[in-house]
Design a protein around this ligand. Structure first.
Ligand SMILES: Nc1ncnc2c1ncn2[C@@H]1O[C@H](COP(=O)(O)OP(=O)(O)OP(=O)(O)O)[C@@H](O)[C@H]1O
Length: 476
């Protein structure tokens, strides 16, 4: 099959220094720590024989186990995949191993405080297995937190986590040899012991400069609901596809709803949120389960940034440095002392009608005295005119029900598989790629609305990264 990306440990030379994420020159000078090469027996012992008790979860390309290493001093997560030997599922196995190889390749070059970093790996040909060993994250995924029925992260926590991931993605994009993650989504963000968000799952990530042959020859991949609708062919890939996925993530963080959620109308988060944002109805997209709503300025800036990230015109999306700047300033506002925030809120409430013109990071506020809602000009997010709605927040649209926690499917397609954008996205033109999605229809819930409740089964990343070797062999 030729799906090979051998991890050359010695080539692991560059590192993203978390303290210098915006200074690639300084961060390049740090040496990369050596990867540990484990034996199978070592990892089997550390995971209690890959026991059910140590099982953490199952992805589309293998099972993940908790490992206790170095006499209990080091906790790790071990991702186990099977090396293909031919047969009907040969292609899937190739794809899994290839994704693990890809993760090893990329994670061995980059380390970042807001990423789930690699510790080492193991290749056991006799048992036909490859194991990736990464830092253990004890607090589940951001998806679990956002969609849990009991505990909902506070606004401060959400903004902090969004900023952490934005910083990690920006570090990848601005590295000397950039990396495009291609699978940014809440279930690929793990929460560490201190409640920090860490970007994980680099199985679909691509490393290289624009124009590199392997970038131009790797088919689109990603997760349904998060996948950039403009990314239909290998040549369409840019860092702005990650920006799109990050925008979806930000909408999910703000609203607490899934990227595709059939309990909402429309089910696609972009179709649901962007019209509300355009109309200035920021409160309507806020997660109604959190009692302490942040100031309007915080919600407005988050919502507008998210809407800009999911713009259909790729060039009009911000780059991640702008997203980081915005989230940084939002975090400062949201962390300001309660007294200051009360004063700010009061002054906001006093103005009956406010027009805000946002230009990049500068916000100019024009107070329109005595203006009616009709007079307030509300145009698209692109025109960056918004009206702050001073009415009580409009929470919970009528179709909202939380009977199910739904999860958008991770669909990636690489190699032979094909993947398409969310069917709800208005892509326009003829789509060159397709995808399938399993939907379970359930009718058991007595609710006032007439729509049947539907649930998506757990998302899975599917795909094969074609190696440089494969690409060049094809050319030959
Ligand atoms: N480093 C880790 N620490 C703790 N738990 C982890 C870690 N990595 C993965 N897990 C758990 O294992 C599960 C499976 O992870 P994996 O990355 O294989 O798949 P996924 O991202 O959930 O799905 P897909 O492969 O379809 O994207 C995760 O949902 C998470 O619960």
């Amino acid at each position: 099959m030729g799906y090979l990306l051998s991890c050359n440990v010695e080539s692991a030379v560059s590192i993203c220094d978390p303290h210098n994420w915006n200074n690639p020159r300084r961060s390049r000078s740090k040496p990369s720590p050596k990867l540990r090469i484990f034996t199978y027996d070592e990892l089997a012992a550390a995971t209690n024989g890959f026991s059910a008790g140590n099982f953490l979860g199952k992805g589309s390309h293998g099972r993940v186990y908790k490992a206790v290493l170095d006499g209990g001093k080091l906790l790790a997560a071990v991702k186990r995949t099977t090396i293909a030997t031919g047969g009907s599922d040969h292609h899937n196995k190739c794809s899994s191993v290839n994704q693990v190889d890809n993760e090893i390749e990329i994670l061995s070059r980059f380390r970042h405080r807001w990423m789930v970093n690699i510790i080492g790996y193991c290749v056991d040909h006799r048992r036909k297995t490859k194991l990736l060993v990464v830092e253990y994250m004890p607090n589940g995924t951001l998806h679990d937190h956002l969609h849990s029925l009991d505990h909902h992260p506070s606004w401060n926590r959400r903004i902090k986590n969004a900023l952490q991931i934005a910083i990690a993605v920006h570090a990848l994009h601005s590295a000397e040899t950039p990396v495009i993650h291609r699978d940014i989504k809440s279930s690929n963000i793990l929460i560490d012991g201190d409640g920090n968000a860490r970007l994980a799952d680099f199985g679909l990530a691509l490393i290289g400069n624009a124009g590199d042959e392997h970038l131009k020859s790797t088919p689109p991949a990603g997760t349904l609901g998060y996948l950039d609708p403009s990314y239909l062919a290998p040549a369409d890939l840019t860092a702005k596809s990650d920006v799109f996925s990050f925008g979806i993530l930000l909408l999910e963080i703000i609203s607490g709803r899934d990227a595709i959620d059939l309990n909402f109308s429309p089910p696609c988060i972009v179709d649901w949120a962007v019209p509300l944002i355009r109309r200035g109805e920021f409160a309507a997209i806020c997660d109604s389960r959190i009692r302490n709503r942040p100031q309007s300025a915080v919600i407005r800036r988050l919502a507008v940034m998210a809407a800009r990230c999911v713009r259909s015109t790729v060039e009009k999306r911000p780059d991640m440095s702008e997203v980081v700047e915005c989230l940084n300033s939002v975090r400062k506002i949201s962390k300001a002392s309660p007294v200051w925030n009360r004063l700010r809120r009061r002054s906001e409430e006093r103005s009956e009608n406010v027009l805000v013109v946002e230009e990049k990071e500068e916000i100019h506020v024009r107070i329109v005295r005595g203006g009616s809602k009709k007079q307030s000009k509300v145009s698209s997010v692109n025109d960056v005119y918004e009206r702050i709605v001073m009415e009580p927040p409009v929470f919970s649209p009528p179709l909202r029900r939380r009977n199910f926690v739904m999860r958008s499917r991770s669909v990636g397609a690489m190699g032979k598989s094909k993947v398409g954008p969310d069917p709800n996205d208005d892509v326009g033109g003829e789509s060159k790629v397709f995808t399938t999605i399993r939907i379970l229809v359930e009718r058991e819930i007595p609710v006032k609305t007439t729509a049947a409740a539907m649930r998506l089964s757990k998302s899975k990343s599917v795909g094969i990264v074609r190696s440089h070797k494969t690409a060049s062999r094809k050319r030959d």
